[in-house]
Design a protein. Structure first.
Length: 195
């Protein structure tokens, strides 16, 4: 079983993430930030990951710590679940449209954190959600999953559509990257012999 069960507790957040890479998209999401729950739902459904996330955060201050720390903890869970990455495809990419919006996400489970994020949101908030926090989520994820992630929103007029295509494409690209490659013979997908 390629699974992880991660707890992360700070003075700002208390988070528990349970992840199964080989799931069906079953999810329980309770972060205290409804729009973040909606975006995490996209990752689970489109990645076919079983995902339980519970967070008690200081949302009475604002949503920043919760969103960033959920990204960190989810990154830790993925790092634990893929282990040494033997037999994985390693790379994944996806283009996802939603009406007028289109986003491309490309992932390399490289062992090196790197986020290249270009999403020119058409407004600063989606309901009460500050769109700057989406970048903070992905920065936390890549730092702790040790992945290189390129996110490019290629077009879009509606900020909700833009953000939703980002998370859907991320889920689909991540699903491809963590898939077991039956032709690999269980080898680590790197000429260095480790990732």
């Amino acid at each position: 079983m390629r699974t992880a069960d991660i707890h992360r507790n700070t003075n700002e957040t208390r988070i528990h993430v349970v992840l199964n890479l080989d799931g069906t998209g079953r999810r329980t999401l309770e972060t205290g930030v409804p729009f973040l729950d909606h975006m995490l739902d996209q990752i689970a459904r489109h990645g076919l990951f079983d995902l339980d996330i519970h967070c008690d955060g200081d949302t009475h201050i604002d949503d920043h710590h919760t969103v960033e720390d959920v990204g960190i903890t989810l990154g830790q869970a993925f790092a634990a679940a893929v282990g040494d990455k033997a037999g994985l495809r390693r790379y994944g990419h996806s283009y996802v449209p939603l009406d007028e919006a289109l986003t491309r996400v490309v992932i390399d489970l490289s062992g090196r954190p790197g986020l290249h994020y270009f999403v020119p949101y058409t407004r600063a908030r989606i309901g009460t959600f500050d769109v700057d926090l989406a970048r903070e989520f992905f920065q936390g994820f890549v730092n702790h999953a040790q992945a290189t992630v390129h996110i490019d929103n290629l077009r879009g007029d509606n900020a909700h559509h833009q953000c939703e295509t980002v998370f859907k494409a991320f889920g689909r690209a991540l699903r491809a990257a963590v898939e077991v490659d039956p032709r690999s013979g269980g080898a680590i997908p790197s000429t260095k012999g480790s990732l």
